[in-house]
Design a protein around this ligand. Structure first.
Ligand code: ZN
Length: 148
């Protein structure tokens, strides 16, 4: 399925584009939401934590608290604009690519990289327990630096 928000062409995202994106997801385009969405959706697919986006917002002179960034990321996720990727413990990443895909996780840098679903084949999944169905399989491939 084509997602029109993930085009390969690099093009500037205007405030109006962002406001439209928010309205389309059923969110009121407040100043803070527009500013944060502008940072998130400006350039291709991204994986961010609330802390990273908060730092980026401050560096871009967007005055928001970490709590606001956190709440906004969760609102965007509930509205289907982001996908949450749990890596470990309390660390949550928010992915602007909401399509089904897997991830490399670099343990040293904390970066996530996309893996196309076609590049991994999952076989031998167990039957879901009675009355349940499998909704999704998450794969996280952990990376460490090679020796030598
Ligand atoms: Zn991803």
């Amino acid at each position: 399925m084509e997602n029109p928000s993930h085009s390969d062409e690099t093009q500037a995202v205007t405030t109006e584009d962002v406001a439209e994106l928010l309205r389309g997801a059923g969110l009121r385009p407040t100043r803070q939401r527009v500013a944060l969405a502008g940072l998130l959706f400006a350039e291709g697919d991204r994986h961010v934590t609330a802390e990273w986006l908060h730092e980026e917002a401050l560096a871009s002179k967007v005055p928001v608290s970490l709590a606001t960034v956190y709440n906004t990321l969760h609102q965007f996720t509930e509205a289907g604009l982001l996908r949450e990727v749990a890596v470990e413990g309390a660390r949550t990443y928010f992915d602007t690519n909401t399509s089904n895909h897997y991830h490399f996780f670099c343990e040293r840098s904390g970066q996530l990289l996309d893996i196309d679903t076609d590049d991994i084949r999952i076989e031998g999944l167990p039957e879901a327990p009675e009355g349940m169905a499998i909704s999704r399989v998450d794969v996280l491939v952990r990376l460490i630096k090679k020796n030598g």
